[in-house]
Design a protein around this ligand. Structure first.
Ligand SMILES: [Zn+2]
Length: 131
């Protein structure tokens, strides 16, 4: 069942994937992520609580965020935008996530998602400036 969901993931959602962690519906309850987790459950134990043996890969969540980041930002080193000063046209991952309205502390895997994104890229330039 769930194997097919992995195969159908967009490239965006597969191009990192260094963090092999899983999160269950209980842990994602009442968060922005509740539905995404519910839609991607597989027969895996949750890494954030001892309660559940059905969980979604944290990489799926990271992929969704990364795809959203890339609508507005791109890795600074792929642009001609100067990385300095940080905070005007260029932002680190924490700043980008808060600008997009994410509260990563609302879900137990938030820190892992941030680390995964930072592993992919940490300094982001506003896309419209870099054409
Ligand atoms: Zn859990």
């Amino acid at each position: 069942m769930s194997v097919f969901k992995n195969i159908s993931l967009a490239d965006e959602e597969r191009e990192f994937g260094t963090i092999d962690k899983w999160i269950c519906s209980e842990c994602a309850e009442n968060t922005h992520w509740e539905q995404i987790v519910a839609d991607n459950l597989e027969e895996r134990n949750c890494d954030y609580c001892p309660e559940s043996n059905k969980s979604a890969s944290v990489n799926v969540l990271t992929g969704k965020i990364l795809a959203e980041i890339k609508l507005k930002y791109m890795p600074c080193q792929e642009t001609n935008v100067s990385p300095y000063p940080c905070g005007i046209n260029v932002f680190d991952t924490h700043e980008v996530l808060s600008k997009l309205g994410y509260d990563m502390m609302e879900i137990p895997c938030g820190r892992d998602i941030i680390e995964s994104i930072q592993g992919y890229n940490d300094i982001w330039a506003i896309k419209s400036l870099s054409v």
